[in-house]
Design a binder for this molecule. Structure first.
Ligand code: NDP
Ligand code: 8X3
Length: 265
């Protein structure tokens, strides 16, 4: 067991869904939190909930993983929170690269540049930027853990998912390359790859169309954000010599990407 009490956990995309639930779940183990996303008010709410749930410290700061300058400013802020007197000596215990999502479900023939660019920026380049910036805080901290949130979509393709599936396949390969690069440092590198989970994911994918988003989950029992948060806590709390390489988790109703059991209304 790797005790999480007082450990520093940095979570990207912590303003909703898995990231917000992870903030609360790590807090319940007494961990200290650094929460990032674009919506500051939502982050501050999650930080308040985390303190209530038992986090000795929970801090929020704006982060846009599409921008290198924003990522670097965020990590500098994180350093000053972890080690206010000696920011250069700050040590991070867990980095959760969770910020991400899908934009649109158009087939390639109708695909939009802005959707493709957003998905690759956030899900792929965002992880690279965040990891590059945070690694100096982990390099002399064996047992520390990087968890990248991937997807079932990184394992299999589906119609309308070309760019998202490519982005999440990219996340898997980044995770694998990093594990090779960091071998010998004691830093763990993991990918947690969920299937269908009900969060704001579909609302974002369908650009605010709530009725279309709800259809995704109609008649079936998807995963919840809390299900994934519990898994993130479990992965991070394995003993330091144990690395969970890749963890694929789907709802029982989802046997495969195209085979979802739905009950009649
Ligand atoms: P949500 O939409 O609820 O959460 C996405 C989070 O990412 C939000 O906090 C959002 O915050 C943040 N985010 C988006 N863009 C940026 C950005 N440019 N910079 C910083 N933060 C950003 O969805 P989920 O919780 O479901 O998604 C979390 C992760 O899980 C994503 O990587 C997603 O691809 C993945 N996933 C989701 C599945 C699902 O079915 N729900 C299944 C498999 C994987 P804000 O808008 O405030 O910036
Ligand atoms: C989200 C899961 O199957 O909708 O990553 O692409 S899926």
């Amino acid at each position: 067991m790797f005790p999480l009490k007082d450990k520093w956990i940095l979570i990207t995309g912590a303003s909703s869904g898995f990231g917000a639930a992870a903030g609360r779940a790590f807090a319940a183990h007494g961990a200290r939190l650094l929460l990032g996303a674009r919506r500051l008010e939502r982050l501050q709410q999650v930080a308040a909930e985390a303190r209530q749930a038992g986090a000795p410290e929970a801090h929020a700061h704006v982060l846009d993983v599409r921008q290198t300058a924003s990522v670097e400013a965020f990590v500098n802020w994180a350093r000053s929170r972890i080690s206010p007197r000696q920011p250069a000596d700050a040590r991070l215990d867990v980095l959760i690269n969770n910020a991400g999502g899908a934009h649109g479900l158009d087939p390639v023939a109708q695909g939009k540049d802005e959707d493709w660019e957003a998905m690759l920026q956030i899900n792929v380049l965002g992880i690279l930027r965040m990891t590059r910036a945070a690694l100096p805080l982990m390099e002399r901290n064996p047992g520390s853990t990087i968890i990248n949130v991937g997807s079932l979509a990184g394992h299999v393709a589906y119609e309308g998912g070309a760019a998202y599936c490519a982005a999440k396949a990219g996340e898997r390969q980044i995770t694998r390359a990093l594990r090779l690069e960091l071998n010998g440092t004691g830093i763990r590198v993991c990918s947690v790859d969920p299937g269908m989970a009900e969060t704001e994911f579909s609302l974002v994918r369908f650009k605010g169309d709530a009725a279309r988003a709800q259809q995704v989950y109609a008649g079936t029992q998807p995963l919840t954000a809390e299900d994934i948060a519990e898994i993130l806590v479990w992965v991070a709390s394995r003993p330091p010599h144990v690395n969970i390489d890749e963890l694929l988790v789907k709802p029982t109703d989802q046997a495969a990407i195209h085979k979802v059991h739905r009950r009649p209304a």
